[in-house]
Design a protein around this ligand. Sequence first.
Ligand code: AP5
Length: 220
Amino acid sequence: MSQLVILLGPPGAGKGTQARTLTEHLGIPHISSGDLFREHVAARTELGKNAQSYLDQGLLVPDDVTIGMIEDRLARPDCAQGALLDGFPRTVAQAEALDRILAERGEKILLVAKIAVEPEILVRRLSGRRTCRKAGHIFHTEHSPPKKPGVCDVDGSELIQREDDRPATVEKRIRVYNERTAPLEAYYRDHGLVVEFDGERPMAEVTEAVLREIRQRTPG
Ligand code: AP5
């Protein structure tokens, strides 16, 4: 797993947006814990039934459930050359579990890309975000509107507002991020892995900056 990249940042920072482009450039899979949970909820699996109330309330799903789900995903063959982790780890316990999983395989994290955006902008981004029902393609009513309102440019499916993008839940998610996930930055800084990117720049500029950093760190 030569390219294990973690995208770290608050809700609405642009992790999913960046990951969807980076995965095409790098040829490694995009693993979003949020997308995996939403797939389980839609498919009404046991895991999904368990996770749903946490998602709806903007709370974190318990660590044991989340770690097991990501460990299974990372064991799939498409992760042999690396992966882009979006939304995981989100607690120090998850970060420690990831270290253990990687150590068992003799692998290391290449980069923790922190995407920084001011809180007022996060709220505006999340209230205007629309995602496609079929594959989660991401749009914004002002910053990246679809060609036809309410319809995904990529696959023609309906664009919806995520349940957890309602204002009260957004505030809770940002609070949970500050309490539970922001401490991870210090954890990874101690390991010399964090580079901060200005997530308020245009999307393509953020992508270019992250790609440059990944290429500089990739041996050979
Ligand atoms: P998850 O799906 O991971 O949500 P999140 O981390 O809150 O992140 P978002 O998807 O809201 O934001 P994003 O940074 O991807 O922004 P986006 O690119 O869409 O998690 C959801 C829930 O699942 C959690 O609350 C929790 O319950 C559970 N969960 C997930 N992982 C977990 C874990 N590890 N442990 C426990 N529980 C877990 O961009 C936002 C908007 O901004 C879009 O409209 C986009 O078009 C726009 N935009 C993006 N970049 C720019 C830019 N540069 N300029 C202008 N607009 C931009």
